[in-house]
Design a protein around this ligand. Structure first.
Ligand SMILES: *Cc1c(COP(=O)(O)O)cnc(C)c1O
Length: 455
């Protein structure tokens, strides 16, 4: 491939060869030539775990992002391939025994479902609390938790180009239709927004909406350019990991140009188009096609913001985060959120204590200049809202963790400092207790009333 690099270091899309999308799922893991070379025990373990947690990886990720010389030390390998320790030992053994004995699909399914149920498939009240209604009818595929922003799950966008092992939406991908939530059509979505003029942002999410063909995406987005009754929606966000998993979507896929044209039209119509790119590691941005994709999106007038969780075994290291944020700024990406890994799926494998997360964040933040300090975190997307760990300090002789809401179910909670007893082991909000001998948080009563449906 003949790369054309401009003065600004950007790589021209013209120099990228198209690639057909080829993907491997659970039953095809052995067909990946690089996997076939791995020790048999390891392959067995990966298949056992992949019968519980979703597995899907594509040829680009395999060939260009993973270091097959030393897979166990490759963060992208850990991001894609299930590891034995992602299940609790007893759960792993139970499933492994059945697989080894050649159990029927039916037998296996019973045990697999039991294990999945233990993994808190729907964290943060996603199914119960955030489902909006139109005319008293619940609308599938919408989530409205924070006043300004509605999440939309287009039904054609409920897979990804590859699956992350830590994904908090893992339950959607394991084939149980009951666990999916996806919108069936655009009209309900638009109707809901017409009734909710307080909404300024819509966030297309999934899965990954970038798996959709441009013409389907356009069916949802066109109205924001033409329909006066939707003019309160100023910002169109697209949450996606396609810049990592399938950058060809923006560069050489048959409808790549149409997609860029759609983004350009939205920008010209006065919308703020924000591509919320999921990144976990600087390696994800290093290939020529990834850089070409970033530059193609930016050329439409859309902004790219980056977000992703802090993960044991993948990016538990301040230097890596500082490098990643610097590299992002260089490429024109705005660092946005560092998340805390959620309390679901293989959380015990990926979790990092909150105090350590804050130390890593602080250490990385101190290394970068102001232009990368647009990033906030570490932030927990918890039931009552997005809670940021602001730091550890001592107040009146008591060591405490200082917290604030970045987003709250009640906007009035946002940006008020509150304090938890210092706890070095806590990995999630529900592990923390109020400091200063108080019995509850300032928001507890109101939140409980919301949960009880009284508000
Ligand atoms: C994070 C999140 C948003 C967007 O929040 P911003 O702080 O505006 O980026 C919206 N809805 C839900 C449910 C979220 O978790």
């Amino acid at each position: 491939m003949n790369q054309v690099v401009s003065m600004s270091g950007q790589i021209s899309a013209l120099s990228i060869d198209p690639k057909p999308f080829k993907v491997y799922t659970h039953n095809q893991m052995d067909k990946i030539p690089q996997v076939a070379e791995l020790p048999e025990e390891m392959r067995f373990e990966m298949k056992v775990v992949a019968s519980v947690l979703p597995f899907r990886v594509n040829q680009y990720v395999i060939d260009e992002l993973i270091d097959w010389q030393d897979p166990l030390n490759c963060p992208i390998f850990r991001l894609m391939f299930p590891q034995k320790e992602m299940l609790e030992a007893e759960d792993f053994d139970k499933v492994a025994e059945l697989v080894r004995a050649g159990a029927s699909m039916k037998e296996l399914k019973v045990v697999v479902n039991e294990v999945r149920e233990k993994l808190n498939p729907h964290p943060a009240g996603q199914k119960e609390m955030n489902v909006p209604q139109v005319n008293g009818e619940a609308i599938e595929g919408l989530q409205h938790k924070y006043r300004e922003t509605v999440l939309f799950f287009p039904s054609q966008g409920q897979v990804c180009h590859s699956y992350c092992t830590f994904c908090f939406r893992w339950a959607q991908f394991v084939g149980d239709a009951d666990l999916r939530f996806a919108a069936k059509e655009a009209s309900q979505f638009h109707d809901y927004l017409r009734e909710h003029t307080e909404v300024t942002d819509v966030l297309f999410t999934g899965g990954d909406p970038m798996v959709m063909k441009t013409k389907n995406l356009r069916a949802y987005l066109e109205a924001f350019m033409t329909d006066e009754s939707l003019s309160h929606v100023q910002t169109i966000r697209i949450g996606s990991k396609a810049l990592t998993f399938w950058p060809y979507r923006f560069v050489t896929d048959p409808d790549a140009e149409d997609l860029l044209e759609l983004l350009r039209e939205l920008s010209l119509a006065g919308k703020h188009v924000a591509f919320m790119a999921h990144y976990n590691h600087p390696k994800e941005m290093q290939t020529p096609v990834a850089k070409a994709a970033i530059s193609a999106i930016r050329s439409t007038g859309a902004q790219i913001r980056s977000q992703g969780p802090l993960l044991n075994h993948i990016n538990r290291d301040a230097q890596g985060w500082a490098d990643m944020w610097r590299e992002q700024v260089q490429l024109g990406i705005i660092p946005y959120y560092m998340f805390v890994e959620r309390d679901t799926g293989a959380q015990h494998y990926f979790e990092v204590p909150l105090v350590e997360a804050w130390n890593i964040f602080r250490d990385a933040y101190q290394q970068v200049s102001g232009v990368a300090r647009t990033v906030r975190g570490p932030s927990m997307s918890a039931d009552p809202g997005k809670v940021e760990i602001q730091g550890v300090c001592e107040i009146n002789g008591e060591k405490v963790i200082s917290l604030r809401f970045i987003q709250g179910r009640n906007p009035d909670w946002v940006n008020r400092p509150f304090f938890a007893k210092y706890d070095e082991k806590a990995t999630w909000l529900h592990h923390l207790e109020p400091a200063f001998g108080e019995e509850k948080w300032f928001w507890t009563d109101e939140f409980e009333a919301m949960k009880a449906g009284k508000m």
